[in-house]
Design a binder for this molecule. Structure first.
Ligand SMILES: NC(=O)c1ccc[n+]([C@@H]2O[C@H](COP(=O)([O-])OP(=O)(O)OC[C@H]3O[C@@H](n4cnc5c(N)ncnc54)[C@H](O)[C@@H]3O)[C@@H](O)[C@H]2O)c1
Ligand SMILES: O=C(O)C(=O)C[C@@H](O)[C@H](O)[C@H](O)COP(=O)(O)O
Ligand SMILES: [Zn+2]
Length: 350
């Protein structure tokens, strides 16, 4: 097992990465949680593969459990889903000394994490991420949120998990499309900070070859995120570079009502488009956008779309959380492995 310690004072926690760790999940939880009740929040797909096994192992350690199983997909990560979950927790009589376990992808992690941040003014939770995207990104760093119709993650909190358990064996059941989503965030790490990672990903033929190195890739991504989060927990400076591709990505997701493009696809489109623009403006080394296009294609991600109502995208961009005092903090690449934060208006996209 590889363990990464995220050092954040009294909010510190471990990320444990081990193939098959789910088979010992009850015992691992027992080591760090001394309360009585555990509410497992998951979605129907993940539940059908892992729900019974995980709940049985947790019950075996003497905990009382409830399983809250939600519809899969981004639409579930909505403000409107919250009352249902809070009600289930109240019926189960979950108290502040109990625990929430989020078992699923980024939707479940963000939503369940937000519930943990707000229920009874905040209770502990553990992230048990099952999608590639959640294993390399969303389970780490404490950003939890729900979407509004107006935009992504507009209601949220910083609430760190007590622990993160990562079992890459669970990726065997993940559909191709969602594997690609996770690759968008993996590619993002390569683009912003790690040229070696980028080149390595670019040397693989695709999912099958990458899976031979999956734990190494997950470790590298989580460790990059750990370092940034330790230096800028609250996203006031350096952490913004983790948002490369997201200004446009989030706007595109919202523009299509969270139905046409997933988060990873939005990020892929956003990374390509902003790099095309920054290269054209002479801010990025020539040839960078070509490299991004090629790696996105390798991992079956989109890179270009036609949008007729550009002004609506620009309107959505104004809700970006990196917009401070009407100045937009944009993340661009100087070159692969080297990101920069620049202050612009939304005219940058015109
Ligand atoms: N908090 C953060 O720092 C952060 C970072 C990146 C992304 N996010 C958020 O994460 C969300 C996207 O996460 P996602 O891509 O995991 O989406 P998701 O949670 O919708 O999962 C994708 C699909 O894969 C299925 N699935 C998950 N694990 C599976 C498994 N092991 N086997 C079979 N099916 C499985 C799910 O049921 C779902 O249908 C977005 O809402 C995004 O905003 C948050
Ligand atoms: O952890 C971060 O910081 C990130 O920006 C990671 C992103 O991949 C993630 O999508 C995050 O949820 C975006 O946050 P937001 O602040 O732009 O809503
Ligand atoms: Zn993201």
């Amino acid at each position: 097992m590889e363990t990464i310690r995220v050092n954040l004072g009294d909010r510190s926690y471990n990320i444990d990465i081990e193939k098959g760790i789910r088979k010992k999940i009850g015992k691992h939880i027992k080591q760090i949680f001394k309360g009585k009740k555990i509410a497992i929040i998951t979605d129907e797909n993940v539940d059908s593969y892992y729900g019974n096994e995980v709940e049985r192992l947790i019950k075996h350690e003497g905990y009382e459990t409830i399983r809250i199983v939600l519809e899969p997909g981004e639409k579930t990560k909505s403000f409107n889903t919250l009352p249902y979950i809070y009600n289930e927790l109240l019926k189960f009589k979950l108290t502040r000394s109990d625990l929430i376990l989020t078992l699923g992808g980024g939707v479940i992690g963000d939503l369940g994490g937000f519930v943990a941040a707000t229920f009874l003014r905040g209770i502990d939770f553990i992230q048990f991420p099952t999608s590639l995207l959640a294993q390399v990104d969303s389970s780490v760093g404490g950003k939890v949120a729900v979407d509004l119709e107006e935009g992504k993650n507009l209601i949220g909190a910083f609430h760190h998990p007590k622990a993160v358990f990562i079992d890459s064996e669970m990726l065997e059941t993940l559909e191709e499309k969602f594997f690609s989503d996770g690759m968008a965030e993996v590619i993002k790490y390569g683009c912003i900070l790690d040229k070696n990672l980028f080149d390595k990903l670019d040397s693989f033929e695709g999912r099958e070859q990458l899976m031979e190195y999956i734990d190494e890739v997950i470790f590298t991504c989580c460790d990059i995120k750990r370092q940034i989060v330790e230096r800028d927990e609250r996203d006031t400076g350096e952490r913004m570079i983790l948002n490369f591709g997201h200004t446009l990505g989030h706007a595109i997701e919202k523009y299509f009502n969270y139905e046409k493009f997933t988060h990873g696809e939005g990020v892929a489109l956003g990374m390509y488009e902003i790099t095309k623009l920054s290269e054209k403006k002479g801010l990025t080394k020539l040839g960078t956008v070509q490299k991004i296009q090629s790696i996105l294609q390798r991992y079956k991600l989109p890179y270009e779309i036609q949008i007729d109502e550009k002004e609506k995208i620009i309107e959505a961009i104004s809700l970006d959380k990196k917009n401070l005092n009407n100045v937009l903090n944009l993340i661009i690449l100087k070159e692969i492995g080297n990101a920069n934060i620049i202050k612009e208006s939304s005219d940058f996209f015109k």
